[in-house]
Design a protein around this ligand. Structure first.
Ligand SMILES: C=C(O[C@@H]1C=C(C(=O)O)C=C[C@H]1O)C(=O)O
Length: 359
């Protein structure tokens, strides 16, 4: 009897799979049509449309009645879009490598697995690669919820011609990885300085005597652990990539540890309905100057979500301010505020308007 029930359920699944597959194929054909229409419009270079993709994914979440989580259903839909897009234009995305880094995970989360992801050794190389047109887009880390901002990335924007085209938010779980053996045998640990900082309390408690060796990336640390008796702090993909065991899982001090990445490119992204805008400013060094510069945001009811200051490198004790606001630069209210700011600031640079991370 239960055999019959199982058979019946499997038949229903087979029928649905057939329908799903034929609908996906039909969708892919239409996506190819869209690509041809874009090419006819003389617009072919930008087959990839971040705002359209964000709108599609937001609608997926609105429609979701379970039992799959929003994250799961978005992941499935993301892969369908990724496969459709790769029929016409396989995107090349440069990221902070080597393989196994969290930045690589951010690339696949944002673009899906049909993308050609290219690992580069340093953040400035990613900017150069995209500027030179070798890669279509780049993905770089910009801030972590425990450790704060990635200064190097922010500083690159001061001189780069690239725009921010998107953001990716990735929950980051650090594991202690080792070829063999257990915690008691760990004498050396390889990791990126950010990861050491995000696991400081755990390391002080459990491995106070182990030597902490800072390396350029977690992927690099995992590679070194694979070739030695040392351990590395990295994510699951790095463990898989380098054949390491997880000897302690989730060792980050904050359970909600999340890293935000930026997608950088040459495309001006139109509004998606839920957008962010980033700008770079510097003000005169006198009382009230910064307040006067930022006040128009408040007057216009624009939500300023983040401000970071960095040495400007133009003069000593002179600063650049990286400002994130909610909304798109093509929104008339924001456009007016930004226009006024261009004249009022000592230095002003638009870094991009882009869809907020969907999940
Ligand atoms: C199909 C399009 O092109 C690309 C593919 C998309 C998709 O598969 O849904 C969405 C946006 C674009 O990146 C489109 O612009 O609608």
């Amino acid at each position: 009897m239960s055999d019959d029930k199982l058979l019946n359920a499997r038949q229903r699944i087979d029928t649905l799979d057939e329908q799903i597959q034929s609908l996906i194929s039909e969708r892919a054909l239409i996506a190819q049509d869209v690509a041809r229409i874009k090419a006819d419009m003389g617009d072919g270079a930008d087959c990839y449309r971040p705002s359209r993709e964000a709108e599609v994914l937001r609608r997926v979440i609105e429609r979701n009645k379970g039992p799959l989580t929003d994250q799961s259903i978005v992941r499935v839909m993301r892969e369908i879009m990724s496969a459709c897009l790769s029929l016409e234009s396989p995107l090349e995305v440069a990221y902070l490598g080597p393989e196994g880094t969290y930045t690589q995970a951010a690339v696949y989360k944002h673009f899906g697995n049909a993308v050609k992801a290219r690992p580069l050794a340093a953040i400035n190389e990613i900017f150069r690669d995209v500027e030179a047109g070798n890669a279509d887009y780049g993905v770089v880390p910009v801030e972590n919820s425990t450790e704060g901002v990635v200064n190097y990335t922010l500083d690159m924007f001061a001189t780069s011609s690239l725009l921010i085209c998107g953001e990716v938010s990735l929950p980051v779980h650090h594991h202690l990885l080792k070829k063999a053996g257990d915690l008691g045998e760990v004498k050396e640990i390889y990791a990126h300085s950010q990861s050491f900082a995000q696991c400081r309390q755990w390391l002080d408690r459990k491995l106070p005597k182990a030597e902490r060796i800072t390396v350029a990336s977690n992927g690099e640390g995992a590679r070194m652990a694979a070739e030695s008796d040392g351990a590395a702090i990295a994510g699951k993909p790095a463990a898989e990539r380098y054949g390491l065991n997880i000897i302690a899982a989730n060792i980050e001090d904050e359970p909600d540890n999340t890293t935000r990445f930026l997608v950088i490119g040459r495309q001006i992204v139109p509004p998606s309905g839920h957008d962010m805008t980033s700008i770079l400013l510097s003000s005169y060094n006198r009382p009230g100057a910064l307040y006067a510069l930022l006040r128009p945001f408040s007057d216009a009811g624009v939500n300023l979500t983040r401000i970071e200051s960095r040495p400007s490198r133009r003069a000593q004790w002179d600063y650049n301010y990286f400002v994130d606001i909610e909304g798109h630069s093509q929104d008339p209210v924001i456009r007016d505020v930004l226009d006024g700011m261009k004249d009022a600031a000592v230095f002003y640079k638009f870094l991009g308007s882009y869809p907020k991370a969907v999940v």
